[in-house]
Design a binder for this molecule. Structure first.
Ligand SMILES: NC(=O)C1=CN([C@@H]2O[C@H](COP(=O)(O)OP(=O)(O)OC[C@H]3O[C@@H](n4cnc5c(N)ncnc54)[C@H](OP(=O)(O)O)[C@@H]3O)[C@@H](O)[C@H]2O)C=CC1
Ligand SMILES: O=C(O)C1=N[C@H](C(=O)O)C[C@H](O)C1
Length: 244
């Protein structure tokens, strides 16, 4: 049995993850920790899953790494500086998985977007989420833009054509690594994203929809099962799905 602790256990994702772990024959839920609870309970775990808040994840991650625990980070907002710091703090054999999106379709969307990026002049990302989401752009949109930008740079492509010179209210959205990213917050939504690509005479749209948080659970369970087999720092589920 792999012993699992969940940080953010009372939240939307944390509670769903606790239920999924409890329903798995090979995993045991040994700690549910939320705001105000003592993290010491997590020391009983082999693997800690974090679904807290972008403002809390760095402190949690440092604590878990220093406690020698394997960590699966689902919380968004883990930037490159924190990734570099964590890599340097890891003990031999310790694994940390930082997963922007546990949905299999979302993982494939990011890969397909990276594959397609060099064939089109323009590419923009639109992420759409429930209105209780704290951060924008989403971790998934950020990661998508990063892999698209890397693929375009490798192909020698610059930014897409855009004649905009006057945009006082930021209607063209944010940019991540030079890729335009737009965030929608709307009642009724869960988690959705479109990658729009365009070139002369054609457009190509890749869309993923998480219609329920259960969509993330196979990926969460896979990460709990496999994190110990992936020592070091790993970003994304790709390596666990044999996509790399
Ligand atoms: N990787 C993926 O596939 C997915 C990632 N996410 C990400 O997961 C994160 C959580 O999302 P969601 O579940 O919707 O958010 P919620 O607000 O529903 O849940 C977060 C929970 O964590 C608690 N919390 C906040 N800070 C701490 C802390 N320091 N220690 C312990 N618990 C804490 C919150 O308590 P309180 O409410 O009192 O602040 C709350 O109970 C977000 O960053 C989101 O983007 C979401 C879906 C999928
Ligand atoms: O807050 C959410 O809901 C989600 N957060 C993650 C993100 O920021 O990308 C993953 C998914 O989009 C749902």
């Amino acid at each position: 049995m792999i012993k699992v602790g969940v940080l953010g256990a009372n939240g939307r994702m944390g509670s769903e993850a606790c239920g999924a772990v409890e329903g798995a024959d090979d995993l045991e839920l040994v700690a549910r920790v939320d705001v105000g609870d003592d993290r010491e309970a997590l020391r009983a775990a082999d693997v800690v899953v974090d679904f807290t808040h972008p403002s809390a994840v760095a402190d949690n991650l440092r604590w878990c790494v220093d406690a020698g625990l394997h960590v699966v980070v689902g919380t968004s907002g883990v930037g490159q500086d924190l990734l570099d710091e964590v890599r340097g703090r890891l003990q031999p054999g310790q694994g940390v998985l930082v997963v922007p999106n546990f949905g299999i379709g979302a993982v494939l969307m990011m890969r397909f977007a990276a594959q397609a990026a060099r064939f089109f002049d323009s590419v923009e990302v639109i992420e759409l989420h429930h209105p209780r989401k704290a951060d924008a752009p989403s971790g998934t949109a950020t990661r998508t833009a990063q892999v698209i930008a890397a693929a375009r740079a490798e192909a020698g492509l610059g930014s897409g054509p855009d004649a905009t010179t006057h945009d006082p209210d930021g209607a063209r959205g944010a940019t991540v690594d030079g890729i335009p990213v737009h965030a929608v917050r709307m009642a009724g939504l869960v988690a959705h994203q479109e990658v729009l690509l365009g070139t002369e005479g054609e457009t190509f749209t890749i869309r993923h929809d998480s219609l329920h948080r259960s969509s993330f659970m196979p990926g969460v369970l896979l990460a709990c099962r496999k994190v110990a087999e992936h020592p070091g720092l790993t970003v994304g589920l790709d390596a666990l799905l044999d996509l790399d």
